[in-house]
Design a protein around this ligand. Structure first.
Ligand code: M6R
Length: 359
């Protein structure tokens, strides 16, 4: 039930910090040790490559989790679109392990790949919000998101829950392999800090509503740009914006703008930069200056430690691996408020269904 909320999407955005805390309690024991099913752990310990297969927002969550898994568990990770992978399968490693990310657990595009990898005898994990779902039943293992039902078509809490669940997985595998980065990573503490940072961002609703009004009330198109993790989050928040507000929105690798997309920038085109990483921050800022000099209406979402005077949205500092959990929130809220302003149904966008059960 959405209770006092006007839309499920807003309720689900608000539920994200609590979901982080639930994931901590579901996946740690009394001593604070991170626990995943033993057979799942053993299977991952013998695999030489992880293939994440997913659609839409779940695919974007895969991208945001790649560095976490590679950094903590030291296993190479590839991310694939389900609708492409099944019919155009790449050359696989010797010991592949498949992770199906699917909020609903019913997505047909993802299921057709699972059917194929099952036939080939490869181990698989479904990370899902729905315990009795098809992909959960048909995969070797399941990890639940514990996010509570997600009703709005635009996925929000499943995105952050998927990243958190894969962080749990990476920590457990990395610890079992004695990887120093995993041993040093205090999951309970860092996810707790991220949950608090999410609360801080969520409390900025009024400010973000004002930004949506200033930048997106009438525009035809909009761009999000960033590098590495900030690029992955850009893809996710652009998807959010386009699917519910119908603004033509794209998330771009900031460095790629000048290789073509910059031609689309006109007087007043909103270009939103996400900046959370020290090494790439000056470059993304440079790209923002380039578009600004061509008339773009630029907006900066930056981590506190990298923020500069004039930046509009400041993100609290969290562990480097967990930045997407926080940097995604302004974009979720921007999409929500832009849609309200433009007079559309936030929870039920045209042409879309909550679970897509046809290929
Ligand atoms: O249930 P799934 O996670 O498999 O769904 C995948 C996509 O259909 C879904 O994330 C879709 O992109 C959302 N509407 C995005 O907000």
């Amino acid at each position: 039930e959405k209770g006092t909320y006007p839309y499920y999407m807003l309720k689900e955005i608000d539920e994200q910090p609590a979901t982080m805390r639930r994931i901590i309690s579901e996946y740690t024991d009394e001593t604070g040790t991170v626990v995943i099913e033993e057979p799942l752990l053993q299977s991952l310990l013998t695999s030489d490559r992880i293939y994440i297969v997913a659609c839409g927002t779940s695919n974007n969550a895969g991208w945001a989790s790649k560095q976490i898994i590679e950094g903590l568990a030291n296993i190479p990770v590839e991310i694939h679109l389900s609708s492409e992978f099944g019919y155009n399968m790449p050359l696989l490693s010797e010991k592949p392990f498949f992770i199906y990310l699917t909020q609903s657990g019913e997505t047909a595009d993802s299921r057709q790949v699972l059917v194929k990898t099952n036939k080939l005898g490869y181990p698989s994990l479904t990370v899902t919000n729905v315990a009795s779902s098809t992909l959960s039943r048909e995969a070797s293992y399941t990890m639940l998101l514990h996010a509570g039902p997600e009703i709005a078509v635009a996925s929000t809490k499943a995105y952050t829950a998927q990243i958190a669940a894969l962080t749990v997985l990476a920590k457990a595998v990395g610890e079992a392999k004695n990887i120093p980065a995993a041993e040093e990573f205090d999951l309970t503490k860092e996810l707790g800090i991220a949950a608090n940072a999410m609360d801080i961002m969520i409390a900025e609703k009024t400010m973000i509503e004002g930004i949506a009004e200033e930048y997106l009330a009438t525009t035809r198109n909009a761009f999000y740009i960033g590098r590495s993790e900030d690029y992955y989050v850009s893809m996710e928040v652009a998807l959010k914006l386009k699917e519910i507000s119908y603004i033509q929105a794209e998330g771009f690798a900031a460095g790629e703008l000048k290789h073509g997309t910059i031609a689309l920038v006109e007087e007043g085109t909103p270009v939103i930069g996400i900046i959370t990483e020290a090494v790439t921050a000056p470059h993304t800022r440079g790209n923002l200056r380039e578009v600004e000099s061509r008339g773009a209406h630029t907006l900066v979402i930056a981590s506190e430690e990298l923020s500069k005077k004039g930046d509009q949205i400041i993100l609290p500092i969290v562990h480097q691996f967990l930045r997407p959990l926080v940097s995604v929130i302004p974009g979720q809220l921007i999409a929500y408020y832009a849609t309200l302003l433009r007079g559309y149904d936030v929870d039920k966008p045209r042409n879309l269904a909550k679970s897509v059960t046809v290929e």
